[in-house]
Design a protein around this ligand. Sequence first.
Ligand code: NAP
Length: 325
Amino acid sequence: MKPHDVLMPSEGMDVVADLIAGRLPLHRLWLEPDPDAWLAQWAPALRAVASNGHQFPIDPAFMRRLPHLEIVASFGVGYEHIDAKWAGEHGIVVTHTPGVLDDEVADIAMALTLMAVRRLPQAERFLRAGEWPKSSFPLTASLGGRTMGILGLGRIGKAIALRAESFGLDIVYHGRHAQPGVPYRFYPSLAEMAKACDILMVAAPGGPETRRLVDAEVLRGLGPDGVLINIARGTLVDEQALIEALRTGAILAAGLDVYENEPNVPAELIALDNAVLLPHVGSASVKTRRAMAQCVVDNLVAWSEGKPPLTPVPETPWRGSWGID
Ligand code: NAP
């Protein structure tokens, strides 16, 4: 084991492993015949982990096995699968890939909004099924002139707001804090914002703090003309309450890119005609995924050269040097 070897615990996108391996020695744990025995032998010497996908939790139990761990470089902007608070308390820097995916995800957010409001997937299915010669596709709701409430006006939320404004939507937002200099109305209460908007756009991080923030009460507030769009994490929405709201017409429609238990989507949701469902493709273009992978590599290379991390998460600010001793 050399000082700048990197461990990747689980398989994810090839581009991430390939780009890292082009710069630093990389160990792919899932390829080891006995990963646990491999960790027992080598973990004490390892100082860097690359997290490539959310299925492998980087929790205290795992991090304790690497007593000299200095950096966890994660692929993606959301990092709820990593206990960043624990890492910060133990001198470990966690990095993620913010910024490079905002436009891509915001584009998908607007696409889902249009698809859900104007029933575009249903209209396409109608044509392909040979229904057009028999009758016209039913009229739909409109997008323009309505109000979009953004839950989580961060990097991605702001990119969505910019696009939504140009579609003629009014923007309001909810978060833990009002943001100075932001031209949109702030709602300290999510339930109150849901009552005041037509399209509820979910763009806040996942994790225990935001679990099921969008519950039956919020959906009731959105009302029978309301549309829920979620491009953040499935855990932010009470999926059973959403299925019930769509089934009973308590809300008009939903557009979802993310789910509580990916890649498993409840059969009840799939059966609903007023749900537009995408398989977590928000950032999934070749260009953007490569830029995200490059961000992981850049953080690891900075670490290997003793330089500051480029994009640490807020829980693990740079303390001026590497090393936990
Ligand atoms: P960000 O810049 O950190 O913005 C997050 C926003 O959420 C902030 O405005 C924050 O405002 C708000 N927020 C945080 N905790 C909250 C809470 N407990 N209650 C209400 N609001 C809260 O993050 P980002 O880069 O925009 O990314 C947002 C999320 O999008 C990521 O965490 C990720 O899960 C998801 N994402 C999905 C895809 C996809 O493929 N579908 C791709 C990329 C990212 P306050 O601090 O004022 O609360």
